[in-house]
Design a protein around this ligand. Sequence first.
Ligand code: KG4
Ligand code: ZN
Length: 334
Amino acid sequence: MKILAIETSCDETAAAVVEDGRKILSSVIASQAEEHKIYGGVVPEIASRRHAESISGVVRKALNDASCQISDLSAIGVTNCPGLIGALLVGVNFAKGLSYASKLPLVPVHHLRSHIAANYLCYPELEPPFLALVVSGGHTHLVGVKDYTSFEVIGQTMDDAAGEALDKAARAMGLPYPGGLNLDKYAEGGNPSAYKFPRPKVDNHPYDFSFSGLKTAAVNMLHKARQKGETLNMIDFAASYQSAVTDCLIDNLFKAVKNFDYNCVALAGGVSANSELRKRAIEICRNSKINLHIPTLDLCGDNAAMAASQAYYEFLSGNIAGLELNASAMMDIV
Ligand code: KG4
Ligand code: ZN
């Protein structure tokens, strides 16, 4: 069964065709990163306009690359939540139009579910149940994946997402957008113990995260050094900060592995591209004999192949929308 999916939740206009939820036939991504770089972050209004300009061409290319006609498809999947509302609406309205014209079923996809599904594209043998750490620019969730469309939230951030904490510190350090990616590259070879950062915990909520204090500690350290005219070793600073963010993620993940009945783990979302996080997860899983899954780098960030994979399982479970489908900036994964 071939599904075409459309993803426009942030600053990538993406479309892909995936067969039976697992085999990528095409995956097209038109990134707007260069344009948002000028402003140091995503400008929602610009994102929506660029999506509207790019979407027809991106969808056409996804069909062409897959050597596919609309009539070869079984459904149209679309990310309808969570994300930037104006950006999501472009994808949702385009998918609705396509569904109406082709009479193909319209399948709504939750963006975090689709990040988790990126793992199905990389690991043909992976099936729920497993524990997923979903780390993106807007979300940090520890999720029990009970089945393809059934989830339990075990922990989540109380304030900033891990990606946001990395992006904001990178910006304060003067690194270009996208901050998390550039901080990762910059930290290479740095000493992760050179600067002391807190590892905040949330009282009485062992699986929840809090990154805003950590982010503020980094920004304050930079400001104080500037005021005093001191020079920080920025590579060590980046490595120390990245190590603190990674510690918080890994600690809660492995607390959950110990205390919940999951012996299989998956990372998901843009931050799962982080070299330190990948390294630490690999080490600790190897030592504790846990089966670890991490998407390949091309499938960590936003793309439509992961949305098409999740759309397949949503379709099988009967999650089909009518033309009244709306986009939503916020929505629980469960
Ligand atoms: O999943 P994603 O592409 O978009 C959202 O759904 O938010 O995640 C974007 C986030 C950004 O915060 C970006 O800085 C971060 O992923 N990111 C990274 C890396 N690559 C992307 N963070 C750390 N290290 C990376 N290599
Ligand atoms: Zn994402």
